[in-house]
Design a protein around this ligand. Structure first.
Ligand code: ANZ
Ligand code: ZN
Length: 831
């Protein structure tokens, strides 16, 4: 026995992979339905945009998901593992313009191509449940949901600012505005006020925040990002009277304890009072010009970097209600209209932004909260002091502590009717209107007589027009198509116009995971019985780039669907895994970097199993995966070695033994290794999906198997043990390299399919290591002894040594300089 030493024999991955894929397809091996006798498990990977080809990021994401799905099946779960397409979006529209075709044509071609690629990778999806969000069978139900939300008061219209290109007569997405000009015609893009539709996600702000505490299966960093995005603050809303006018300005502050340190007020450039404050004054022109410039710059900026602080004095003053002091009103570029009240009481001594502003414009810096053991001098401070402390220069609040003063100041404001406690969220309502063609039409109609009218349920879906291309080769958005716009009013039957906005594509991805539970249901968006059997998603897997918006919107939709009576859960994703990026030459693999490796080429050259194995082996899922061609070759070599071993030992593997004889020596060693490997692989998968370490354990098992049998002394190693080791190895690898293991299973003479087998259980007794006695020394003198398993690692051994009763007594408080481990013999502590 032994491994075939000639490396010329390679397994025929092409034939093998095609064979098994065909079987899975014909037998619909991964189709599932509700089964109350089995425990369900729903594993989902974020669905792809059908851009044209699968990339390495997809391969990685879907390989991880597929291992989870296959593993859970072997553990006896009823596993739902669906796949579909996030199919609306701008690239299809652009491609349509370029190729003079309908976006649907481009999209469905891509879907066909990519579906085929996914099948070639052997992912175990229930293809019967495939969804394409651009299909009317999907967006029909989204329109129904939109109208139900509208009736519940969760949808409303308001004016927003959009990017407008006058020469193309169209609204541009942010990514279509390149350095302030239109990407297509190079004309300047202007801000334009337009009405748009909004979802009232802010109604759920508190619940979205509170329920994060229940998501114990989510990475802490994602929870933090969600918390910050929702951004809850509590503080004081307070009115400052405008000097010499019958008006007042409301501010929001989270630091009411600093109110005696206010030395000016800052307004957002869009603040509604600004115009009347400066109307008719000699500063009107200058201040208006400044505000307009800031508003335009804000729209153009990427919002990523904060602009240099600047502002302008309005010429007007207001009164601090706490001390009657007259303070100047400024307009400042860092005050946001969308947050709080759009006006800030500026306290330069205690707020860094205000501090920088005050130094720039020579405004007073007045410390009022003095931290312990410090003194603050407004003239010489170099930065704001944000620590709590004791109040000074603060009237009868002097010498109170910050926390106490905050309460007292809020109470005072309430009693005197110029302010009250206030909770504010950073979260804004979700603007879902897009002035695009390739999106789900918003089912609303405008009638001159009756106003806005929802499209009646029985007239849904409002379908996208088929009539493209246009004569000029452009893919005109809906508002330029009369055939779409003209309709009749559902209320008075008079002439009316359709809404031409389509929905943000994030709307589709906010509920697709629920639709997968009943993808062809025709009586409504969701079949409650099916949805309640399958949901929530037990394991969701995807890129960290979706850690905020997609996940937040899906959580919002889940709560809405619950309130509408479709679901009985509050959170969609019980466990979340955010996988790292695929990088090459130190940069993220991407078209723009020009460092893309096409997985398709790899599948052709090495086979799908190798590509899967590489992407699982090269890094734990949450880390970045560094591309390596040696890594791919290594994965391929490993599979071929296993193949050659099995091929060379076919005869003895075929003669299936049902029981193990009594074992000793090498036979026992292999048997033990086998069960230790089951224990290790199961543990790595169960605790954190660390497939990389699981795979290396299987590789070790294979090394043991081939070396123990190669030395010729195999009298010691009965066939039954070799069979056990080979079967175990194949079973443990089968979620990762399913075609390979299915084929090898047959070659080994098993009469069933490997997929009908359950996950191997390890035998505690068999896995038990022989024990060793380790001598424990301090400064070279024997002080104690320790019984440990022979395979203990150094770290655990050190820990056990330090916990040893005698050693602890001997060491006392003396600092340890160094711990030396001599394998399988002794530990010496140097003090
Ligand atoms: C006075 C003050 C003193 C403030 C101080 C802070 C520190 P968070 O905590 O993120 O909610 N603010 C209020 N509305 C704003 C707006 N529309 N644009 C920009 N800044 C605004 O931030 C709340 C604080 O941010 C508020 O508390 C206010 O400044 C500022 F020592 O008021 B503070
Ligand atoms: Zn009407």
């Amino acid at each position: 026995m032994g491994e075939n030493t000639t490396n010329s024999l390679w397994y025929d991955f092409k034939a093998i992979e095609a064979k098994w894929q065909q079987k899975w397809e014909v037998e619909k091996s991964y189709s599932v339905s509700e089964d109350s006798t089995k425990e369900k498990y729903y594993v989902l990977e974020m669905f792809p945009y059908p851009s044209g080809r699968i990339h390495m990021g997809h391969v990685r994401n879907y390989s991880i998901g597929d291992v989870v799905a296959r593993y859970k099946r072997m553990r006896g779960y009823n596993v739902l593992h669906p796949m579909g397409w996030d199919a609306f979006g701008l690239p299809a529209e652009n491609a349509a313009i370029k190729n003079n075709t309908h976006p649907a044509e481009w999209t469905y071609q891509n879907i066909d191509y990519m579906r085929n690629q996914l099948k070639q990778l052997g992912f175990s999806y229930d293809w019967e449940r495939e969804i394409a969000t651009c299909h009317e069978k999907y967006y029909h139900w989204e329109q129904v949901l939109f109208l139900e939300m509208y009736r519940k008061g969760l949808v409303y219209q308001k004016v927003t600012t959009v990017n407008w290109c006058e020469s193309c007569q169209t609204v541009l997405a942010n990514e279509q505005v390149v350095e302030g000009v239109c990407w297509r015609c190079d004309q300047a893009v202007l801000p334009r006020e337009m009405k748009g539709w909004f979802f009232k996600i802010t109604d759920f702000a508190e619940e979205l925040l509170a329920d994060l505490d229940s998501l114990t299966g989510w990475p802490e960093k994602v929870l933090t990002m969600q918390r910050n995005w929702i951004g809850k603050s509590t503080g004081l809303n307070c009115e400052f009277k405008v000097d010499g006018a019958d008006a007042s300005i409301a501010i929001f502050t989270t630091r009411p304890d600093t109110i005696f340190g206010v030395t000016f007020l800052s307004l957002a450039p869009e603040h509604p009072l600004l115009h009347s404050l400066i109307a008719g004054t000699d500063r009107e022109k200058e201040v208006t010009e400044f505000a307009n410039r800031i508003i335009t710059e804000k729209q153009r900026s990427s919002h990523e970097e904060e602009p240099v602080k600047e502002g302008i004095f309005t010429g007007r003053y207001c009164i601090n209600p706490f001390n009657g002091e007259k303070i100047p009103i400024y307009v400042a570029n860092f005050v946001l209209m969308e947050y709080g009240t759009g006006a800030v009481m500026a306290v330069p001594a205690h707020d860094q932004r205000d501090f920088e502003f005050a130094r720039k414009y020579n405004l007073e810096v007045r410390p009022v909260v003095i931290p312990e053991n410090r003194d603050l001098d407004g003239e010489t401070m170099e930065e704001a002091s944000i620590l709590p402390g004791v109040l000074r220069n603060s009237g009868h609040f002097d010498s109170m502590e910050s926390i106490e003063a905050q309460k007292a100041i809020i109470d005072y404001a309430r009693e005197n009717a110029f302010g009250s406690a206030q909770t504010t969220y950073r979260l804004r309502d979700w603007g879902i209107s897009r002035q695009r063609f390739w999106g789900a039409p918003i089912p609303m109609v405008y009638c001159d007589k009756c106003g806005i009218q929802p499209v009646p349920q029985e007239d849904l879906p409002v379908k996208l027009p088929q009539d493209t291309p246009t004569s000029d080769g452009s893919c005109k958005p809906l508002h330029q198509r009369n055939s779409f716009i003209e309709t009749s009013c559902p209320n008075c039957s008079g002439p009316a116009r359709r809404e031409t906005d389509t929905m943000d594509t994030f709307v589709e991805s906010s509920w697709y995971f629920a639709r997968y539970t009943c993808p062809s249901y025709t009586d409504g968006p969701l079949n409650k019985a099916k949805a309640s059997y399958w949901l929530g998603v037990d394991q969701y897997i995807g890129g960290v780039e979706h850690a905020i918006l997609h996940l937040l919107y899906s959580r919002f939709f889940t709560k809405v669907l619950r309130d509408l009576g479709y679901l009985d859960i509050a959170e969609p994703f019980t466990n979340l895994l955010t996988q790292g990026m695929v990088i090459k030459d130190g940069a993220k693999m991407s078209k723009s970097k020009g460092n893309v490796v096409d997985p398709h080429d790899l599948v052709i050259e090495y086979g799908a199993d190798t590509v899967r194995l590489f992407s699982l082996f090269a890094a734990p899922p949450e880390r970045d995966l560094e591309w390596s061609s040696q890594g791919v070759e290594g994965a391929s070599r490993f599979l071929n070695r296993v193949f050659r071993f099995i091929d060379a030992n076919k005869a003895s593997l075929h003669d299936r033994k049902s029981t193990l004889p009594k074992l000793s020596g090498k036979g026992q060693e292999l048997h033990r290794k086998c069960h230790q490997t089951i224990r290790k692989v199961t543990h790595d998968i169960e605790t954190n999906f660390h497939f990389n370490t699981a795979i290396s354990a299987v590789m070790e098992l294979f090394n043991a198997l081939s070396s123990l049998t190669a030395e010729g002394g195999d009298a010691d190693v009965p066939d039954a043990v070799i069979q056990e080791a080979v079967d175990t190895l194949l079973l443990l690898l089968s979620p990762m390299v399913p075609h390979f293991t299915a084929e090898m299973w047959q070659i080994c003479g098993n009469s069933d399919d490997i997929e009908s087998r359950t996950w191997p259980e390890f035998d505690k007794e068999a896995a038990k290591e022989d024990m060793l006695t380790i001598v424990l020394q301090v400064n070279g003198k024997v002080r104690s002894r320790l019984e440990v398993p022979a395979d203990i690692d150094d770290q655990s051994l050190k820990e056990m040594t330090m916990e040893d009763e005698k050693i602890r007594r001997f060491l006392g408080e003396k600092p340890v300089k160094k711990i030396i481990v001599v394998k399988k013999k002794l530990v010496n502590i140097v003090i």
